[in-house]
Design a protein around this ligand. Structure first.
Ligand SMILES: C[S@@+](CC[C@H](N)C(=O)[O-])C[C@H]1O[C@@H](n2cnc3c(N)ncnc32)[C@H](O)[C@@H]1O
Length: 440
């Protein structure tokens, strides 16, 4: 079947798991490209597609999900800010911090990193940011640095006043920030991806893993392992933490921050220090992988990375590094009880969708008003091919929380993929109103 072949080739090229987009999304993208090429027969289109690298790229552009915004999941930026100030700088007073944002989509993530570092008092000569995405269109937009309201979904927005200029076409990023990011078009799954580049101290790899099929997930983690320095930090998205990462990396287990270090040993008994040596907080603590972090440490709300005031704390001298690897633990690690929803997410990542759905349903029988749990259950059901039940879950989430962004987005994509343009348009307007109200 031609359709199966197209899906298979896309899977191979970019690792895309078509289930994550909904069953009609690929077909819709192909039909759009057929219309542009003026071709009516899918077999004819397939032949063009096979022979033309431009057409392959054009279909990739149609299938990728470029969703992103400034300071998305801000806790990771705050964690990194403290790490840079209280750990990295004291031990590398003359060093240049190397960061990679992959995938960077339209640039909001690498520019947020740059803004955070500048606000922390670093000068552009103290860091290098490489930013990679497979989408040419996204890269072009990133290089322009011109953004609309929907790129600013968090609060506070102090950074926008300092680093952007409002124009009739949107918010224009200042050249001083733009110049700190090197955009590179590339496919993370290519064997020679960023080959020959020096290792990175920090890698942001967020919100791509969820779209990849299992083999591609493993390949991605292998590539990142190759690119990260032995003492570097890897950040993933909140929906992505799980076993596929933990095969090669150890979680720093900090609440709301999905940060990892490379494993030093293969037997899983690594011990590590989990928190930077932040003089504002309690003294350094060395934890085993299984120990829960102290909830009072690292209060992310204390000094948000994108507050209105810059925090020129950089390059102060701090006596010691806190990231030492300690010897093996004396006793076997205990397991941390996982939240049922994180457990469900792990099961789903492993492809155990029925079990994941069961965990969510049990959880929901006791927490009937948890909109996030309905959203997750909807995602799992959609992955298992139960479109209608997935839709009901997202509708329930919106009933419970009328402004639930993810639920609205899922429903919008579903309606679009079903060709239900009337409902899709109503949902799109609702999302736009929501984003507007949050941006002001
Ligand atoms: C949802 S965005 C994530 C952006 C950002 N990291 C964030 O978390 O906001 C996903 C991006 O992955 C890119 N992408 C998909 N497959 C890729 C691949 N194989 N290599 C590099 N980028 C890829 C898409 O073009 C899209 O821009």
């Amino acid at each position: 079947m031609v359709w199966d072949e197209i899906e298979r080739k896309l899977r191979k090229k970019i690792g895309l798991d078509p289930k994550t987009l909904g069953s009609y999304a690929i077909a819709k993208a192909v039909r759009e490209r057929m219309a542009v090429c003026g071709v009516e027969n899918v077999a004819t289109y397939f032949n063009i597609w096979l022979c033309s690298p431009e057409e392959l790229q054009a279909l990739i552009e149609e299938t990728v999900v470029p969703e992103t915004w400034f300071f998305r999941e801000p806790e990771s930026f705050e964690f990194l800010r403290r790490y840079v100030l209280f750990d990295w700088l004291p031990t590398h007073p003359e060093g240049v911090l190397r960061l990679l944002s992959v995938p960077c989509s339209t640039g909001e993530e690498p520019y947020s990193l740059a803004i955070m570092l500048l606000d922390a008092g670093l000068s552009p000569s103290n860091f290098v940011i490489d930013a990679v995405d497979i989408s040419k269109k996204a890269q072009e937009k990133a290089k322009q640095g011109l953004y609309r309201e929907h790129s600013f979904r968090g609060k506070p927005l102090g950074f926008r006043h300092r680093y952007f200029q409002k124009t009739p076409h949107g918010y224009q990023l200042s050249p001083a920030v733009k110049e700190t990011v090197n955009f590179i078009q590339g496919n993370l799954l290519e064997p020679l991806f960023l080959y020959g580049k020096p290792l990175y101290d920090i890698i942001f790899f967020r919100n791509l893993l969820i779209y990849l099929e299992p083999a591609a997930r493993d390949r991605a983690m292998q590539v990142l392992n190759r690119l990260l320095s032995p003492t570097g930090l890897l950040f993933v998205g909140s929906a992505e933490a799980g076993p596929v990462i933990e095969k090669r990396f150890i979680s720093l287990r900090h609440s709301m921050t999905f940060a990892y270090r490379k494993r030093q040993k293969s037997d899983g008994t690594d011990r590590f220090c989990i928190l930077p040596n932040d003089p504002e907080h309690a003294p350094l603590r060395v934890l085993q992988p299984s120990s829960p972090p102290s909830p009072s440490r690292f209060n992310c709300a204390s000094k948000p990375v994108h507050s209105a005031e810059p925090a020129p704390e950089a390059r102060r001298s701090h006596p010691q590094s806190s990231w030492a690897i300690a010897p093996s633990p004396p006793s076997p690690p205990k397991r941390i009880p996982e939240s049922p929803l994180i457990h469900a997410r792990h099961l789903a990542d492993l492809g155990r969708l029925n079990e994941a759905a069961q965990v969510c349903e049990t959880y929901l029988s006791q927490h009937r008003t948890d909109a996030n749990a309905y959203v997750l259950l909807g995602e799992i059901l959609q992955g298992a091919g139960h479109q209608e039940r997935a839709e009901q879950c997202w509708e329930k989430a919106i009933y419970l929380e009328p402004h639930h962004y993810e639920a609205l987005m899922h429903l919008l994509l579903l309606k679009e993929s079903h060709g239900d343009l009337t409902h899709a348009s109503a949902l799109r307007q609702r999302i736009q109103r929501l984003l507007k109200s949050q941006g002001e």
